[in-house]
Design a protein around this ligand. Structure first.
Ligand code: ADP
Ligand code: MG
Length: 628
């Protein structure tokens, strides 16, 4: 296990916890002075089953306590909610058939789970699990916890990631970063320290199997391929043992208990205990006590392995496919990491070792390693770990050109990918029919100092007065680092998009040089940007006054008022090219004051707004709308 340097001066800072929000189990960890540590529950348990139940008094029960309610109150108890996160009704139609709980009827895509007579979205249910982990952390650490790093499967798409963020927000946690589960596991093992290499992460949990192949380059993890089976894991093993026990009991007791929920749950717990013991000892006893009767059966590891061999073998196909997709042979894989409680099974370990031809990492508890890695990432973000590194991130910011040749950034440097951002822009000229979308990359404030990635026109937008059009620009970087830019006229619905690979043709040195330059030129750039923005504003108000001068409103002004406006225009024009944005803004304000009555006289709201120097508010977010 690697050690991390801790900066004691920041030890007093708010702690950020790492969370593994799993399908079967969830847990949290934090960075201690010696390394990452699991946060235990009040009862000493290291993880909480991802089960949520709504009690009759309207409060939520989470974890082990909720597991009991799977039998007593199945209509109010939910498990495996992770499978529904960020999914639409159509995406999970097959999945829903396997769930016993009720889904609200309706034609809308969003899924709502009916618990008793109340409806909840999957993020609201997940939030209850997060709240429980937050509570555990606050009790254990004795301080309020408001920030977290949460892990997600590498294959999670944008909607699934967004739903996870939402769950965090609902739970009162600011999600500083979503980290891919395989990346977190690699971090827990300190594999980033080797800087270069190929890592395969084999994750066999309760109900899902994931294989991810990562390339580590300069300390950055890149996902080369993912594969798996969304319905393969420890549950399949449990079901097989359960079926055997039920058969035995039926013949011994002369009673078929398969339809008795309570009995099945009791037997299930017993076979799970036996399964887990067999990972550490050569033989065990399946021991069931139910309503005064007892069933016992010895189970040797050898027989157990024969019983589950085909289940383990089903993980190998996806592993081979993932290697093919990454264009790699087993001998090119440098490190193999075991994740998920089911990888404690010796047969699984042997199968993985045989396939990848190298001994997998198993020094850390496989069901804790993801949470531990999340805590490492949290400490990095908190600045507690000096050895900074970048993980699944965009190396440079991405944005578009707006008025005055300045860059409006949509996705910032170091954002975790996949990433997306949407912003609404408007036009700067009356009746404008085309807008040029110029996609740029870099850290500098001005387009001329950034790298141009692509240009395209959004044609035939609805002609509108300047500032009235609504053009939505959406940036989406997928897990492979491909950037998709879409521009859409919100009034006509016309849209146009383009795809680019932002890292194409860029060397590591160039990226570093671009970042360094942005630091060196930061002040200069900011001044220039502010001056340009002030000039754009000056253009707007000058154009608006020009327009107003031919209106009746102008004639309503007194001689002196008109002279004052003319003088203010003149003064603004004199300082227009100044590099001092404060000076330009000061003159804009003076012109604004001089034209106040003129503005009041005007009926045209667009002109009035421009005269007030006010930008039009974006309806939804309240952000300023920038102009092309
Ligand atoms: P998930 O990531 O799906 O939330 P976990 O990684 O916590 O799940 O894995 C849960 C599964 O691991 C369960 O099926 C559990 O029975 C199994 N498991 C835990 N410990 C052992 C063990 N000692 N031997 C075999 N299986 C185990
Ligand atoms: Mg897991």
């Amino acid at each position: 296990m690697s050690t991390f340097q801790i900066d004691f001066s920041s030890a007093r800072k708010r702690r950020i916890i790492g969370i593994d929000l799993g399908t079967t189990n969830s847990l949290a960890a934090f960075m201690d002075l010696t390394g990452p540590e699991i946060i235990p529950g009040a009862d000493g348990s290291r993880m909480a089953p991802s089960i949520v139940s709504l009690a009759s008094d309207g409060s939520f029960v989470v974890g082990e306590a909720a597991r009991r309610l799977l039998i007593d109150a199945p209509e109010r108890t939910v498990y495996s909610v992770k499978r529904l996160m960020g999914r639409g009704r159509e995406d999970v139609a097959e999945e829903l058939k396997l769930f016993p709980f009720r889904i609200a009827e309706g034609s809308e895509q969003v899924i709502r789970l009916a618990l008793g007579d109340r409806l909840f979205t999957p993020p609201e249910i997940s939030a209850q699990i997060l709240k429980e982990l937050k509570r555990r952390a606050e009790q254990h650490l004795g301080e309020e916890i408001t920030q977290a790093v949460i892990t997600v499967p590498a294959y999670f798409n944008d909607a699934q990631r967004q739903a996870t963020r939402d769950a965090g927000r609902i739970a009162g946690l600011e999600v500083l970063r979503l980290v891919n589960e395989p990346t977190a596991a690699s971090l827990a093992y300190g594999l980033d320290k080797r800087r270069e290499g190929i890592v395969a992460v084999y994750d066999l949990g309760g109900g899902t199997f994931d294989i991810s192949i990562l390339r580590l380059h300069e300390g950055i993890f890149e996902v080369l391929s993912t594969n798996g089976d969304t319905h393969l894991g420890g549950d399949d093993i449990d079901n097989r043992l359960l079926a055997i026990a039920l058969e035995d009991i039926a013949s011994e007791w002369g009673e078929d208990l398969s339809y008795n929920g309570e009995a099945v749950q009791t037997i299930r717990q017993a076979v799970i205990r036996a399964k887990e013991e067999l990972s550490f000892q050569p033989a065990t006893v399946i021991d069931v006590e139910y309503r005064g009767r007892r069933y016992q059966r010895e189970l040797k590891r050898e027989l157990f392995e024969n019983l589950i061999r085909d289940i383990v073998d089903r993980t190998l196909g996806p592993c081979r496919q993932a290697m093919r997709d990454a264009g790699l042979e087993p001998e090119q894989i440098d490190e193999v990491v075991l994740v998920g409680g089911s990888t404690r099974i010796p047969l699984v370990r042997r199968a993985v070792e045989a396939l990848f031809q190298s001994k997998p990492h198993s020094e850390l508890n496989p069901d804790e390693v993801v949470a531990l890695g999340a805590a490492v990432q949290a400490a990095i973000l908190a600045g507690d770990v000096q050895d900074k590194l970048l993980l699944d991130v965009t190396p440079l910011s991405l944005g578009i050109e707006t008025m005055g040749g300045v860059v409006s950034r949509l996705i910032h440097r170091n954002s975790t990918i996949p990433a997306s951002a949407t912003e609404v822009f408007t036009t700067s000229v009356d009746g404008q029919r085309n807008v040029l979308i110029h996609v740029v990359q870099g850290e500098r404030e001005l387009v001329k100092d950034c790298r141009s990635l692509a240009r395209f026109d959004l044609k035939d937008i609805e002609p509108m007065p300047a500032g009235m059009a609504r053009i939505e620009v959406r940036f989406l970087i997928d897990a492979n680092g491909i950037l998709n830019v879409t521009a859409r006229d919100l009034r006509s619905g016309k849209e146009q998009s383009i795809e680019v690979k932002p890292s194409y043709g860029l060397t590591e040195e160039q990226v570093e040089a671009m970042i360094r330059e942005s630091y060196e030129k930061a002040e200069e750039d900011l001044n220039e940007r502010q001056a340009r923005e002030a000039r754009v504003e000056a253009d707007n108000i000058l154009a608006a006054v020009e327009k107003a001068r031919v209106s009746d409103a102008w004639l309503d002004l007194t001689e002196e008022e008109r002279a004052a406006v003319d003088a203010a225009i003149n003064e603004l024009q004199v300082v227009y090219h100044s590099s001092d944005h404060r000076l330009i803004r000061d003159r804009i304000e003076k012109l604004d004051a001089a034209t106040r009555r003129l503005a009041e006289n005007l009926m045209n709201t667009a002109v009035r707004q421009a005269l007030k120097g006010a930008r039009i508010e974006q309806e939804k977010t309240g952000n300023d709308v920038e102009r092309f």
